[in-house]
Design a protein around this ligand. Sequence first.
Ligand code: GLY
Length: 347
Amino acid sequence: MGEVEFAEVAAGEYRVSIDLGDGRTSTVLVGDGVRHRLGAVVPERARRAAVVTQPTIGVTVDSGLEQRTFELGDGEEHKHLGTVGSLCESFAEWGLTRADCVVGVGGGLVTDVAGFAAAVYHRGLDVVHVATTLLAQIDAAVGGKTGVNLPQGKNLVGAYWQPRAVLCDTETLRTLPEREWRCGLGELAKYHWLGGGRLDDLPLAARVARCVQIKAEVVAQDEREAGRRALLNYGHTLGHALEIAGGHGLRHGEAVAVGLVFAAELAAALGRVDADVVAEHRRVVDGYGLPTTVPPGLDGDALVELMGRDKKVLEGGLTFVLDGPDGLEVVTDVDPSLVRRTLEVVS
Ligand code: GLY
């Protein structure tokens, strides 16, 4: 089983090293200005770096190699197989080889698409991410899940492909648009119940680094989500349903925030936790200025139906990650009428 090393390498700068077994390692650097370390983390043998980004990211990087920039469109509608195909064709036209590398610079959309293209181009070449959003730094860019959407659902095609390194430059977070910031806050809130404790007391870089460390420890134990990795989806069952039902009117983090409060209420309704635990969920989510209730106008029955289609569902029953006496656990076959009633509590 893999191991994780955590170190503060300089004041306010952190390194998380993930040993993934089979000689594979992934290193995450967190701190102000760490994007300038790119030249030190690209593979030594690489001659070229294909930088994949979006026009709105506005972060330039220097890999120290011959590099060319490939831009993706803005918006979830660009996250599809056609985009990966075009990207791979552009790599081939430029003559990118297996010895070279891909550098994803941006948020979760960029790191998911660039990571997937790196996984399949020439059957796999090294990828390094410069994560520029809170969501990408504490979740999407770390852990090796890559992929794109199908018309039938989100992230239905992809591959596990571990980044060689991830640079989480906290300087880029200071200019992040408010809604993009909120998109990451729901994930940040989630880590409070994954062993993060009072994360709100930490300075930004330390907080990001702690979330990365928690995620890295889960991924090192269960890279392919045979068990424990599913816990990283805490708050996501209702969260995903809200995103779909609300036509993405709610940002991911906002939807997860409501999902966290709902999960606490559901755990209480099942007798797994007491009222104090529910109150703590509400305090943390509210403390980040995130919503705690389902937006008006969404149909409860439709939400229950959408939750039944969640990727975690293995045998048809409603499945949730819920808090309990032993911490978070995957709970299967939850009674749909209890889920429906609990939705009323958070409406
Ligand atoms: N975002 C959940 C995971 O990486 O497993």
